[in-house]
Design a binder for this molecule. Structure first.
Ligand code: BDP
Length: 727
């Protein structure tokens, strides 16, 4: 034991120990506010440090282009944090061991790897241990600077997750070409379905003020391989295409370019009228065609690598080609022809459901698009939401996947959690994405997964894409919560390779974001992996869907009825009455099952075969129906609601146990959000149980607690200022 007080002649031990403790704290007391996302670059584990220093202390990297400098900067930043000392950056090899990075053009040291990088494409890279002149070295080699940058981020990920570099040999190339974030950001910085503050893009001060955050945004995206950003909302304002706003977009494009990110814009189909003063936006009108051509020329003169347009047309009141009796294909081709000379693409959304049609909404996109297969020009991608209704906690995969073999179909996932508890609920979406990507469409026999459709391998499309509706805003955490960063991260990783495992991705993310300690990683990954199923349980179990409160979708609203459209109500989707519950989409009902390939259709059509987690999506089922557990449907439903709440409580307990293992500021933040989530899960459970019980008049199972309030109490709750919907 060291003395707490010291005699004059002794060294002041107490003070020294105190100072040391303080120093350690200071070293540890980084501003852990989430800003650094998964790129915190904390110090290496001491056991590995010497080995790493030898290998990474000297870096040979070209610095002639912006992307090369971005790679050097990232290595400097990452390795300084990681090794505790800045690496020595050279343009020629030093006598010591070295990390050599570059392309055959940018560095003579990479020339010998020319053969080895063949087949890696424009964005791939090789990262491996080699011996050069009898010395060990690490090499990152690629055809293009951007591949080198991706390799640098890959190396930094390996370091952050504590991976050994011995015998390292990685060859990576993205399997999907366009890996794009869709920002639903308005020009007034309001983010539709955004729960992370205001838009990152400060249109008022752009292009003059280049907020450093724009570069950090690009770094984070590049670190996971995202290579495109649609800057503005799909419910687009034509002004985004005006010269004034284009100049602002130029500033962002210039900042993103070194990181391999192209800028895209959502285009309002009626822009020729609103901006151009034309009388029509009819795709067959030569004046309209000229207007779009000239607009594209204008944009490309400013942004030579502009990605292209994203379009929401004839959907939820947006203008479109059908206003002129033309098809979606004619509309898409109009814009595609305008950007084609410049190498641009059009991402045309299939999220459509007609205004007056009382047809099952889940069928409408397929009905409108499938007959157009083959009519789209070759620089058009049709962008399809993961499920046929709208980003619900669980949906079957969209029947268009596999049904339009001649058209490149893009996936649209929602990263922002419009229907999954906003930013406050801890819901890791990796398992949702994985479930959809691994679903088998049977379009060309078994193994025709959605992943293979969208990566283009199933039908041999060169063009392929995936979009994620961003969950990013100006909140310090970027995503509105610490755990929602994981959804941004998982989207990027799966966009790069849609065959990866959600669990592996979560494991990397936790190690980089919170701690490398194996027990912490295991606990947090465990929480995350069941969190999506828990949300399904406490919101919409067994295939129920779209039961959220009207408009803002915050909290339960299974009673929502009336209003302008039947398919914006809950009762339309659950169809509960005294006898049963569920939407009959079988061949005896709306027939939506017939939109799937026969083996899939047969499975969904048959109440004995349909997965229980989609039961009420496809079938209308009596309350007494015997479930796999042996319970009647009603009891099973209540059981699942309760189980969802219990899962959140279990997450709270696990997280409590991590106090002291995760830095205090983030620990407290997450703990508070888990309390909100628990209360809201309980709210969902109680309101839903009270509602369905009022419909079926059945007693609660004996072991289930009755909702503490009568149904009217839940129905009367209002949330007028819920974020994301309205101003
Ligand atoms: C729904 C959202 C709405 C979007 C629409 C879309 O509620 O805000 O505009 O999707 O994707 O999920 O176009």
């Amino acid at each position: 034991m060291l003395p707490l007080t010291s005699r004059r002649s002794d060294p002041p031990w107490g003070l020294l120990v105190g100072l040391l403790a303080l120093l350690l704290c200071v070293a540890d007391a980084r501003a852990e506010d989430g800003y650094d996302v998964w790129m915190r670059y904390v110090h290496a584990d001491p056991a590995r440090l010497d080995g790493y220093r030898v290998r990474l202390g000297d870096v040979v990297a070209p610095d002639a282009t912006q992307t090369q400098r971005a790679a050097r900067d990232e290595l400097r930043r990452g390795l300084t944090g990681f090794l505790g000392t800045a690496p020595r950056l050279h343009v020629a090899p030093p006598a010591a061991r070295a990390l050599l990075i570059g392309t055959p053009e940018s560095s003579p040291w990479i020339l010998p790897f020319r053969q080895e990088i063949e087949g890696l494409g424009e964005e791939g890279f090789l990262l491996r241990e080699v011996r050069i002149d009898g010395r060990d070295a690490l090499v990152i080699a690629a055809h293009r600077d951007i591949g080198v940058l991706y390799g640098v981020f890959h190396l930094l990920r390996l370091l952050q997750t504590g991976t050994s570099l011995d015998g390292l040999h990685v060859r990576e190339a993205p399997r999907i070409k366009l890996r794009v974030l869709n920002h639903w950001d308005n020009l007034d910085r309001y983010v539709e379905r955004g729960y992370a503050g205001r838009s990152l893009w400060d249109w008022q001060t752009l292009p003059d003020w280049e907020d450093p955050r724009y570069t950090d945004y690009a770094r984070a995206n590049a670190s996971i391989g995202i290579n495109g950003a649609v800057l503005n909302n799909v419910n687009a304002d034509a002004l985004s295409l005006s010269p004034r706003y284009l100049r602002k977009a130029v500033a962002l494009a210039d900042l993103f370019r070194p990181y391999g990110i192209r800028v895209y814009l959502s285009a309002r189909f009626s822009a020729p009228i609103e901006l151009g003063g034309l009388a029509t936006a009819d795709p067959r009108d030569p004046g309209v065609q000229r207007w779009w051509r000239e607009k594209a020329d204008e944009i490309y003169a400013l942004i030579p690598d502009f990605g292209g347009f994203l379009v929401k047309a004839n959907s939820e009141g947006q203008p479109g080609p059908q206003d002129y009796g033309r098809t979606h294909a004619e509309g898409a081709n109009l814009l595609a022809d305008a950007v084609r000379p410049h190498g641009g693409v059009v991402m045309w959304r299939a999220f459509v459901y007609a205004h007056e049609v009382p047809e099952d909404r889940a069928k409408q996109a397929y009905n409108e698009f499938v007959g157009l297969d083959g009519n789209f020009h070759d620089n058009v991608l049709v962008q399809v939401k993961n499920g046929p209704v709208d980003f619900q906690p669980r949906e079957p995969f969209h029947p268009l996947f596999g049904a339009m073999p001649r058209t490149p179909l893009m996936m649209e996932f929602q990263i922002t959690k419009e229907y999954l508890g906003f930013a406050t609920h801890l819901v890791y979406l990796g398992p949702l994405y994985e479930e959809v990507l691994r679903a088998d469409t049977h379009a060309r026999g078994s193994g025709s997964t959605v992943a293979r459709v969208i990566e283009g391998s199933l039908e041999g499309h060169a063009l392929s894409g995936i979009a994620g509706v961003a969950n990013i805003g100006d909140d310090r955490t970027w995503s509105g919560s610490h755990f929602d960063q994981a959804n941004w991260y998982a989207f990027g990783r799966l966009a790069w390779n849609p065959h990866q495992s959600a669990r592996d991705i979560a494991t990397d993310w936790v190690a980089m974001t919170f701690s490398r300690a194996p027990d912490v990683v295991a606990s947090v990954v465990g929480m995350m992996m069941g969190s999506r199923e828990a949300a399904v349980d406490y919101m919409t179990p067994l295939g129920l869907h779209h039961l959220m409160a009207r408009g803002h979708h915050y909290g339960p609203g299974p009673w929502v009825d009336g209003g302008p459209r039947a398919d914006w109500t809950s009762v339309y989707y659950h169809r509960a009455n005294r006898h049963g519950v569920g939407f009959d989409r079988t061949s005896r009902g709306s027939g939506s099952v017939s939109q799937y390939a026969p083996p899939v259709a047969r499975t969904f059509d048959d109440i004995g075969q349909v997965p229980e987690n989609l039961l009420l999506w496809f079938h209308r089922v009596p309350w007494q129906h015997r479930m796999g557990s042996g319970r009647p449907l009603w009891n099973e439903l209540v059981h699942r609601y309760t189980r969802g709440v219990s899962y959140v409580e279990a997450m709270q307990a696990t997280w409590d146990g991590l106090r002291g293992r995760v830095d205090a500021p983030r620990h407290q933040h997450v703990a508070a959000f888990l309390r909100i989530q628990r209360d809201e899960a309980q709210w969902w459970r109680d309101a839903s149980v009270a509602y369905f019980q009022s419909i079926n008049g059945l007693a609660l199972p004996a072991d289930e607690a009755p909702p503490p309030h009568p149904l009217a109490y839940y129905q009367a709750l209002q949330s007028p200022y819920a974020p994301g919907d309205g101003r």
